[in-house]
Design a protein around this ligand. Structure first.
Ligand SMILES: *[C@@H]1O[C@H](CO)[C@@H](O)[C@H](O)[C@H]1NC(C)=O
Length: 445
């Protein structure tokens, strides 16, 4: 366990009690950065899944930074705008969140733009506006000035760019995983061209960061970059060139396999290390090595840790004695709280898989990750008598989150980013302890 929490409380209290100036902002020596993502659309969930501002508070003593997700880009003007004007501005959620700094004076709060929440267009036009912003200095200026106005006006401490570049395309499969992999290797080089101007966009993105930083710096505002899942860093980011103009780069090195991308191919969604017979660049370690190898400083690099699992339906022919399993039939059914096919929050998973011996009372078999390389999974076979569906779940749990934090410590990286608080066990339904993934990760740092 790091000394970060007692240190935070002690410095905050002594500063207030004696009326002395606050010590310099984090990161402090020997301490790690803990970025907590807050997905605001969680206020729309129902029942136990509904997340309100009061639910944030038990997490905040563990977080050094809070990221407010998400703002948007307006297509017509290419300016930064609130994604949900009604909630963010009229109902004042921006202000209510930045006002948390009164109670948590060490907390830095950033507004994030994009994050795959701000979706526009389809096919080649999908999220085109994120590339258009880059394409001329006038467009970049419009974006930067509007971002500065909103960030400063609402009392945020900076901006995070969760930039929506085109994702790498997974190859379709005919049958069987092995076949998929070998055919993939052959066609691999020719098929990944999704953005003909990728080289230009990479250079223009470096320019955007430089111009953004020079506008934000006089006000002491931070600039961070979140690399979204399946955005290929080797295509879009030049680590050495962007290092001077970012406070942190946050790697969302997860969701390599999702039922949306791979309906017939389930696999560990967020492995820490390379696994046999998989693409060598779809794991945490390879992402980290790429950024460090290209000259990005370890003390600015942050590893993202998901707080959810990905689910696939199993059909009657399912064979689950191997991973990846066979007999998959698209996204698993929506959870009672998250209500989206193919995804379950950690508490939705833990209530299914915990308890009992080999099989939980709810009929799930859980396989924990003794290798500390790949993450946990659990499954339930279909029941032909009752017509009940089978399901396969690959997920992060407190143990695998600790493993990732330990990796961060051993590599000397800056810290971790939880994605996100609202899918962690914020009510304490698994163990009565709130935020079990966040706490387990912080303990591993
Ligand atoms: C990322 O891009 C590089 C360079 O084009 C390519 O070699 C690599 O296979 C790509 N990775 C993925 C996951 O598509």
């Amino acid at each position: 366990m790091s000394a970060i929490v007692p240190l935070l409380l002690a410095t905050a209290l002594s500063g207030v009690a004696l009326g002395i100036p606050q010590p310099p902002p984090l990161p402090l020596p020997n301490s790690k950065v803990v970025i907590c993502n807050y997905e605001t659309k969680s206020h729309l969930r129902e029942g136990q899944g509904k997340f309100e501002l009061a639910n944030l508070e038990p997490a905040l003593q563990y977080c050094t930074h809070l990221i407010y997700g998400y703002a948007a880009i307006k297509e017509e003007t290419l300016k930064l705008v609130p994604l949900n004007e009604q909630f963010d501005v009229i109902k004042d959620n921006y202000r209510q969140v930045t006002n948390l700094k009164i109670k948590y004076p060490r907390l830095k709060i950033l507004l994030s733009v994009g994050g795959n929440d701000d979706v526009s267009g389809e096919g080649a036009e999908k999220n085109l506006k994120y590339r258009q912003v880059l394409e001329s200095s006038a467009h970049r200026l419009a974006f930067i000035n509007s971002a500065h106005t909103i960030v400063k006006g609402f009392g945020f401490d900076g901006i995070d760019l969760a930039w929506e570049f085109p994702e790498t395309k997974p190859k379709k499969i005919k049958s069987g995983f092995k076949k998929f992999w070998s055919s993939f290797k052959k066609t691999f080089t020719g098929e990944t061209v999704i953005d003909e101007d990728a080289d230009k966009h990479r250079d223009q993105f470096t320019s955007l960061l430089r111009e953004l930083k020079s506008t934000f710096k006089p006000d002491n505002l931070m600039v961070t970059l979140t690399v979204l899942p399946n955005v290929n860093s080797t295509v879009y980011y030049d680590p050495r060139a962007i290092a001077p103009n970012t406070d942190f780069v946050i790697l969302h090195a997860f969701d390599f396999y999702t039922p949306e991308r791979n309906p017939k191919l389930a696999d560990f969604p967020a492995p820490l290390y390379d696994l046999i017979d998989r693409r060598p660049d779809e794991n945490v370690d390879s992402w980290v090595k790429y950024w460090l190898g290209k000259g990005f400083p370890a003390n600015k690099l942050i590893l993202g840790i998901p707080t959810y699992g990905r689910t696939w339906k199993l059909d009657e022919d399912a064979k689950i004695d191997t991973v990846p399993p066979e007999g998959l039939d698209g996204a698993g059914p929506p959870g009672p709280q998250t209500k989206d096919a193919g995804i379950l929050s950690y508490p939705e998973i833990c209530v299914r898989v915990q308890g009992g011996g080999n099989v939980s009372p709810q009929g799930y078999r859980k396989i924990v990750d003794v290798t500390k390389r790949r993450g946990s999974y659990a499954y339930k076979l279909p029941n032909p008598d009752t017509d009940e569906e089978g399901i396969w779940i690959g997920y992060e749990d407190p143990d695998s989150a600790t493993n990732k934090a330990t990796y961060v410590r051993n590599k000397g990286l800056a810290g971790i980013a939880l994605d996100d608080l609202t899918l962690d066990d914020f009510r304490g339904v698994c163990t009565r302890d709130k935020y079990s993934i966040l706490k387990a990760a912080v303990a591993g740092l």
